[in-house]
Design a protein around this ligand. Structure first.
Ligand SMILES: [Zn+2]
Length: 149
C-alpha cells in the first residue's frame, strides 16, 4: 500500500469514528463541526432530557455550554466549555481532530447532509440540495480553524 493510500484510509477512518450532538444553545458549534467534516446533529428545540436520551441511544458525543448536563457524564460523553471557541479547542484536542478543512469532506452547514461534487467549482448537499461554491464557507473557516489547533 502506498503512503497516499494509507493517508486516504486514515482520513476516511477519521470521519467515521465520532458523531456529535450539539445541544440547543450551540448551533454555531454544530456548523463548525460540519465544516470540519463531522456528523453533528443539532436541534434548536431539544430539551435537556431529550438531548441526553438522544445522545445515549445514538452513541453521539454531546457538545454543550450547559454545565448541568455534565452531571450525567457517566452515561454519555460530554464536551463542556463556556464559549464556542473553547468548545472547539477542547473537542479538537480530546479527539485529535485535524483542523485542515477538506472541501470534499465538509458536511452541509444547514442540515448535516453529506456533500457530493456538483461540478468543478461547486458541491451539493445530498439531503437538502443546497449548492456550496468552492470556498465560500471554507476560506473564512480555514482562518478561524487555525485558532482552534
Ligand atoms: Zn443540506
Amino acid at each position: 500500500m502506498s503512503a497516499y493510500c494509507q493517508q486516504g484510509a486514515l482520513a476516511y477512518f477519521r470521519y467515521m469514528m465520532h458523531k456529535f450532538l450539539a445541544d440547543s444553545m450551540v448551533g454555531d458549534v454544530a456548523r463548525n463541526m460540519r465544516i470540519l467534516g463531522y456528523d453533528t446533529e443539532y436541534y434548536s428545540d431539544m430539551t435537556q432530557v431529550d438531548t441526553l436520551h438522544y445522545a445515549i441511544t445514538t452513541g453521539r458525543i454531546i457538545l454543550t455550554k450547559n454545565q448541568k448536563l455534565c452531571r450525567y457524564a457517566r452515561d454519555v460523553c460530554i464536551i463542556y466549555a463556556a464559549t464556542t471557541h473553547d468548545i472547539m479547542k477542547k473537542v479538537i484536542a480530546v479527539f485529535n481532530i485535524s483542523t485542515d478543512i477538506m472541501v470534499d469532506k465538509t458536511r452541509c452547514t444547514i442540515c448535516n447532509g453529506e456533500q457530493r461534487k456538483f461540478d468543478d467549482k461547486k458541491m451539493q448537499c445530498t439531503s437538502c440540495n443546497k449548492i456550496y461554491w468552492d470556498g465560500t464557507h471554507v476560506v473564512h473557516m480555514r482562518h478561524t480553524a487555525e485558532r482552534w489547533a
